[in-house]
Ligand binder design. Structure first.
Ligand SMILES: [Zn+2]
Length: 263
């Protein structure tokens, strides 16, 4: 069974406190933002699978997905988790929780269900160039903002909002343009090393697609290596201040490659 891998042979560890880079303190949700101390093992380099992992409220062909992932499905470059379109009741998070999103697009414990407001995580490059890196999904596949080559909305995205283009020849995802459904991603195309939430159990094997990509040209965003110390504001009752420490560690097997890639 040469095309079956034990989920993934290599991974990176990404750590973050999950604190957003903006002032979230005006939020009115019943939840409280707090330090999370995330430390996630994420497949690296990504391994594309023959099957998709449906993370949102719909599965293949629009059928209801009875088992969406209700916790993190990825991590934005500012260290804040990315969620699917499913809320805690397996319903559309935008419809049912959208009123609690702040002006940036997050809510506590801070996570993003959609593209964030411009200039917070990434800057809009509509009409000019390919969007910058928005984050890394839990299958290791990078996700960029909504715009592909020359700042145009891509027309060749697959069911998981993934494609290759002239800017990046490796398979990557895009956020939906105009915050359209599924807001983040409907599915993941790669093999997952670790789940970040108990609502998803990683299968013991992952069938590897015959089509794979060379990620050696991928550049981690500089924010993945920054080590800004975050202060805890006592004025907020011990709740967190702004900005995460975000770091990337890596397995020895990929250390030499990644060390060269880190900006
Ligand atoms: Zn692209």
């Amino acid at each position: 069974m040469t095309n079956t891998v034990a989920v993934a042979s290599s991974y990176v560890t990404i750590g973050t406190t999950g604190c957003p880079p903006y002032d979230w303190s005006s939020q009115k949700t019943p939840n409280t933002a707090r330090y999370q101390y995330y430390s996630w093992k994420i497949t690296w380099p990504p391994v594309i699978s023959t099957s998709k992992i449906y993370v949102g409220i719909y599965g293949a062909n629009g059928a209801t997905n009875s088992n969406p992932i209700m916790g993190p499905i990825g991590l934005s470059v500012d260290g804040v988790p990315i969620y699917s379109n499913a809320d805690a009741n397996k319903l559309d998070a935008y419809i049912n929780e959208g009123s609690s999103f702040d002006t940036v697009g997050g809510h506590p414990d801070i996570h993003y269900h959609e593209e964030t407001a411009n200039n917070v995580v990434i800057t809009n490059t509509s009409g000019t160039s390919h969007s910058p890196l928005f984050g890394i999904m839990m299958d290791g596949v990078p996700i960029y903002g909504p715009y592909g080559d020359n700042g145009a909305v891509p027309t060749n995205l697959d069911a998981c909002n993934g494609h290759t283009d002239s800017t990046y020849g490796f398979y990557h995802y895009h956020l939906p343009a105009n915050r359209a459904f599924p807001y983040t991603l409907a599915c993941l195309s790669g093999c997952v090393y670790n789940a970040q939430d108990s609502s998803y159990t990683v299968p013991s094997t992952c069938a590897k697609s015959s089509t794979q990509y060379d990620y050696s040209s991928f550049k981690w965003s500089s924010s993945f290596t920054k080590a800004t110390v975050t202060t805890v504001s006592s004025a907020r009752g011990g709740r967190v201040g702004r900005g995460s420490d975000v770091w990337v560690a890596y397995a020895a097997t990929v250390a030499s490659t990644l060390a060269a890639l880190l900006l």
